[in-house]
Design a protein around this ligand. Structure first.
Ligand SMILES: Nc1ccn([C@@H]2O[C@@H]3COP(=O)(O)O[C@H]3[C@H]2O)c(=O)n1
Ligand SMILES: [Zn+2]
Ligand SMILES: [Zn+2]
Length: 251
């Protein structure tokens, strides 16, 4: 079975030249979205993909560039197609995702009073691999982002690491590669400024070359063009290009 990855976007939260950093994983048997930010519906429209063509969504954390498109997705699936999208989310995020993010736009007395009225919610336990859809197994790994705001990176099919927004964690990356068989790392990068809530390019450049060779950079700012050739051994992920995970990302 061949796993394919297509980023809906590879931009940071405030990027204007790229869409939000959201992904589509296709196992050949099922399609899984990783995050569904504010620009996800527009990105799908430009890609010529119907918003309804999905089997499930998994959410890493509740910033708008990762969940801002869920309201449109939920309404359209419900109103036009009469379907509830399957929504995987860490158990600790179920309540905040509804109470702090979606309820404001989606609440409707007697109709939509809880998240389960619009999504088929499947809570996930961190540090425990779960088969989400056929061909895609994911383990949530809690990683640091904003104090008091839970955020979960993903370890996919025991071989692909996908960073949620996270601060630099070289120990985790080293452990995944040396002890857990990780073969490729999709990592957010902050190109300019201090890395208070994200991992900076300078931090990633401090990693040994053999680790850098496994890294594909994503969630970058509009300045990315001026950084081409300055990312060490690390490659820059392109939005909307379809990657064969084994052949192109693990190579
Ligand atoms: N303490 C914070 C909180 C937020 N931010 C910015 O807001 C963005 C929210 O989405 P993000 O992708 O996590 O990136 C965050 C920072 O750019 C930030 O820079 N510092
Ligand atoms: Zn983000
Ligand atoms: Zn974030």
């Amino acid at each position: 079975m061949t796993l394919k990855l297509q980023m809906l976007g590879t931009g940071s939260a405030f990027a204007k030249t790229h869409y939000n950093n959201n992904a589509l994983l296709d196992s050949g048997e099922a399609k899984l979205f990783i995050d569904f930010g504010t620009t996800a519906p527009l990105a799908l429209h430009h890609m010529g993909l119907p918003i309804t063509d999905l089997d499930a969504i998994i959410i890493t954390h509740i910033h708008a560039d990762h969940v801002g498109g869920l309201e449109e997705l939920g309404f359209r699936m419900s109103l036009i197609h009469g379907r509830k999208p399957v929504l995987y989310v860490a158990e600790a995020l179920v309540e905040p995702l509804w109470e702090q993010t979606l309820k404001g736009g989606m609440y409707q007395k007697g109709m939509i009073e809880r998240m389960g009225d619009i999504f088929e919610v499947r809570p996930l336990v961190p540090d425990q691999a779960t088969d989400l859809v056929p061909g895609i197994r994911v383990e949530l790994i809690p990683t640091k982002h904003i104090p008091g705001k839970d955020s979960y990176s993903l370890f996919i099919n025991e071989r692909l690491f996908y960073s949620a927004d996270m601060t630099f964690n070289p120990e985790l990356l080293t452990k995944l590669v040396q002890e857990r068989g990780c073969r490729a790392i999709l990592h957010e990068v902050q190109l300019l400024g201090e890395g208070a809530v994200h991992t900076t390019l300078d931090e990633l450049l401090s990693l040994p070359p053999e680790l850098q060779q496994m890294i594909h950079l994503m969630h970058y700012g509009d300045e990315i063009e001026s950084f081409r050739g300055c990312t060490g051994e690390m490659r820059i992920l392109e939005q909307q290009r379809i990657y064969d995970v084994e052949q192109e990302l693990e190579a």
